[in-house]
Design a protein around this ligand. Structure first.
Ligand code: T4K
Length: 367
């Protein structure tokens, strides 16, 4: 029986990748904004329908650096969601800022925009919402709140590759957005990420920020890390982008089967919302409600008995993680607590076998 993990990296044909990296043996130019890097930046700018883009070594550094670029006063407050991968919260805390956790919406797991204003204080400088699982936040309401209170909005769009809204790329909403191109994502550069934005001055700023703040040989303008994407990673991105349509078509097939099974099964709820123009089939979250014969953890174990390894993305809430020593605890995260205790993320990737899908659907239907 084939072992099924929560996801499996999409990869281009081996020869195609080799063809793409072969010129590196002539140029010996392996990193620091090389030819593949620059070509990928150009292609992704078009694909993501954004005005500005800066590639990064990974999604996390993209978020850390774009937050850093605003140079907010230390200990300022940032309103965000705890229902996310820990990277979102780490990026705020590692910038010397304080995360203020806002509850999320039951229907799609995104930040509850109606609860944001109640958390704003005179120390609030920004909002960092997450398009979790590719479910789009209410970008219009968030923009209104940010304008009214003069706050920056930085979207964690790690899961939202290729999502559009009103004909624009999701990465063109807010002051900036970050994407992850990690091996587990719908589009991967092995490790990688990007910041997207409308303000053209951010391009130059991020150019230095991902390279130690170095402006030229004699001038270092900021205190920054190394977050550049290398040529082998960019080559993987160029190849994968060419095959993205096939990857999406394959994921769509599995995704639709899941939606059909989940909606037909008492006690299971699909945690997706199709309020954007399109879906990217990046994750398959399901909520295990009380009416289901098993609880979430029992269902996870049941899957494991059949060699299917589902994940609890995102449990625990980042607000409860021991590394923060309870420092950022929030009192009213009822929906976030509820969903994180009941969510399972089911296997979804390009090329899932019919046998594997059937095995998964049978477990879902019968518990
Ligand atoms: N913001 C949000 C909302 C995020 O979800 C993430 C990352 C970030 C920011 C930061 O972006 P990056 O800095 O990572 O670009 C994974 C990923 O490492 C992480 O990228 C992702 N979110 C998070 C949700 O999931 P793990 O620790 O659960 O991954 P791991 O190693 O258990 O892999 C999961 C499955 O993926 C494996 O069972 C098999 C498959 N896999 C994994 C790897 C590493 C592959 O098929 N190929 C691979 O190379 O964190």
């Amino acid at each position: 029986m084939e072992k099924i993990l929560v996801t499996r990296s999409s990869m281009p044909p081996f020869e195609e990748y080799m063809e793409k990296v072969r010129p590196l043996w002539d140029s010996h130019w392996l990193t620091n904004m090389g030819a593949n890097h620059n070509e990928l930046e150009k292609q992704l700018k078009e694909f993501l329908k954004v005005d500005g883009i800066s590639l990064m070594v990974n999604g996390h550094m993209a978020l850390e650096l774009i937050i850093h670029s605003f140079h907010f006063p230390k200990d300022s407050e940032v309103i965000t969601t705890p229902f996310t991968f820990v990277s979102t919260t780490h990026a705020i805390v590692r910038n010397g800022l304080k995360p203020v956790f806002c509850d999320i919406k039951m229907e799609d797991g995104t930040i509850d925009e109606t609860k944001i204003e109640g958390l704003i204080t005179d120390r609030t400088v920004a909002i960092v919402p997450v398009h979790v699982y590719g479910n789009m936040c209410n970008v219009n309401a968030i923009e209104d709140i940010a304008k009214k209170h003069n706050l920056k909005v930085i979207y964690d769009a790690a899961h939202a590759f290729g999502i559009n809204y009103k004909g624009k790329g999701i990465g063109s909403y807010g002051d900036a957005s970050i994407f992850s191109f990690h091996a587990t994502k719908v589009f991967n550069t092995i490790e990688g990420g990007a910041v997207t934005y409308n303000d053209p001055t951010l391009y130059e700023k991020l150019f230095y920020l991902r390279d130690f703040g170095i402006k030229d040989e004699e001038s270092v303008v900021d205190i920054a890390p190394n977050a550049k994407m290398n040529e082998f990673a960019a080559a993987m991105g160029l190849c994968n982008l060419k095959h993205l349509d096939d990857a999406l078509a394959s994921r769509k097939k599995a995704y639709e089967l899941y939606v059909e099974t989940i909606t037909a099964t008492k006690g299971l709820r699909f945690l997706g919302a199709a309020n954007s123009d399109n879906l990217n089939y990046s994750y398959m979250p399901v909520i295990v409600e009380d009416e289901y014969p098993l609880n979430r953890d029992e269902l996870k174990n049941k899957f494991a008995e059949s060699d299917v390894y589902v994940r609890k993305y995102f449990y625990p809430l980042t607000s409860n993680m021991e590394c923060f020593n309870g420092e950022y605890k929030a009192s009213s995260l009822d929906n976030a607590e509820y969903l994180s205790r009941r969510v399972l993320t089911l296997p979804l990737y390009e090329g899932m076998s019919d046998e594997g899908l059937e095995r998964i659907m049978n477990i879902l239907k019968n518990g």
